[in-house]
Design a protein around this ligand. Structure first.
Ligand SMILES: Nc1ncnc2c1ncn2[C@@H]1O[C@H](COP(=O)(O)OP(=O)(O)OP(=O)(O)O)[C@@H](O)[C@H]1O
Ligand SMILES: NC(=O)c1ccc[n+]([C@@H]2O[C@H](COP(=O)(O)O)[C@@H](O)[C@H]2O)c1
Length: 316
């Protein structure tokens, strides 16, 4: 009788700032590879974005990184985003995140064993990473030795090649990694792919047209409104762009939206009862918006060429 395969969950920790299609491909490559060993059955994948306190330059707020990852992974039936790490008040070391998920996975398994009396092998959790991640083990002071030991000795690593990096060499040059090499799985990505979150952010910064419009639909912005008589400032704060609208009620002004979606228009904002109504005369017919408050909610209706979209903001 064939030995039963070990159920395996793959966990990827990182900034996901933002998630890219290469992150999603990592999971697919790793799953195929682990299945090809004949020992494992990959039963799930987890994307775990770091918390805001990681403090890396340009790190977008966790709620946006999580929201983008959730949308990106909607089409996957086995990889999900987990918010736990991203919501921790302090930066969480990777091994601590692994312990948390493994504890959760084991509890679930024990519950199912109790219910079905099954004799399947216990599940395992392995860290899924790119070759650049493995290279960071050798940076002095970045990783505790006992953490690396636990990571590769107890859990295990599935490492996907990235560019010219040589993860096999990194393992060979470390006594600790070499000792646990049987628990480090190397996956070769043969398709040359230089996608990186840094490059995606750079492209977004430089080309605000198509990319920013697409990303804007994924963001959850905050609104900060300062209201002094007829002078109103509405700040729309999101991670890729902040936009300030500074105006006097009933006074037409030229609105420069070049940092948002590359257009200028002549804008007038007036009160209609307790609703703030904006008319934007420019390239698109019937463009404008209406803001109003209902209890704890700020409502925004956006209009353009007969199309209406709505946003609701919760008071914080
Ligand atoms: N193109 C890629 N090939 C292999 N691994 C990748 C690739 N892109 C990301 N990864 C891996 O995905 C994990 C999470 O990556 P992370 O969020 O740090 O993205 P990143 O693209 O490396 O970001 P940045 O460019 O900002 O450093 C890491 O283990 C990283 O090595
Ligand atoms: N000692 C540790 O546990 C340790 C050290 C450095 C980075 N990391 C993790 O590696 C990942 C690195 O992500 P970035 O490549 O986006 O910086 C993050 O998830 C971070 O938490 C962990």
């Amino acid at each position: 009788m064939a030995a039963r395969r070990v159920p395996l969950v793959l966990l990827a920790c990182g900034s996901f700032n933002p998630i890219t299609n290469q992150h999603m491909r990592l999971f697919e490559l790793a799953r195929d590879h682990m299945h090809s060993t004949g020992q494992y059955q990959v039963v799930g994948g987890i994307v775990s974005p770091v918390s805001d306190s990681y403090g890396k330059q340009g790190l977008v707020l966790a709620k946006h990184r999580v929201a983008m990852a959730e949308l990106a992974l909607q089409s996957s039936n086995w990889v999900t985003v987990d918010e736990w790490e991203s919501q921790q008040p302090d930066w969480t070391e990777t091994v601590v995140t692994m312990r948390y998920h493994y504890g959760r996975i084991l509890k679930e398994y024990e519950r199912s064993v109790g219910m079905h009396n099954n004799s399947n092998p216990s599940p395992q959790l392995k860290l899924l990473c790119g070759a650049d991640f493995l290279d960071t083990f050798k940076i002095p002071g970045l990783w505790r030795d006992d953490h690396v030991e636990e990571l590769v000795g107890h859990f295990g690593l599935v490492c996907v090649s990235r560019g010219e990096l040589q993860p096999e060499r990194a393992v060979h040059e470390s006594d600790l990694l070499s000792y646990h090499r049987h628990n480090i799985f190397h996956v070769r990505e043969w398709v040359k792919n230089e996608t990186s979150a840094t490059e995606v952010r750079r492209a977004l910064r430089r080309d605000v047209n198509i990319a920013i419009r697409k990303i804007a639909t994924l963001l959850k912005p905050d609104k900060d409104i300062v209201h002094e008589g007829d002078h109103i400032i509405i700040k729309t704060l999101s991670t890729f762009k902040n936009y300030n609208m500074d105006f006097y009620v009933s006074q037409e002004f030229e609105e420069d939206l070049s940092g948002v979606d590359d257009r200028k228009c002549m804008t007038t904002i007036t009160w209609e009862g307790d609703r703030l109504v904006c008319v934007q005369k420019g390239e698109i017919e019937g463009r404008g918006w209406t803001h109003w408050v209902e209890g704890d909610e700020l409502h925004l209706e956006l209009r353009a060429a007969g199309v209406v979209s709505k946003q609701v903001f919760k008071k914080t």
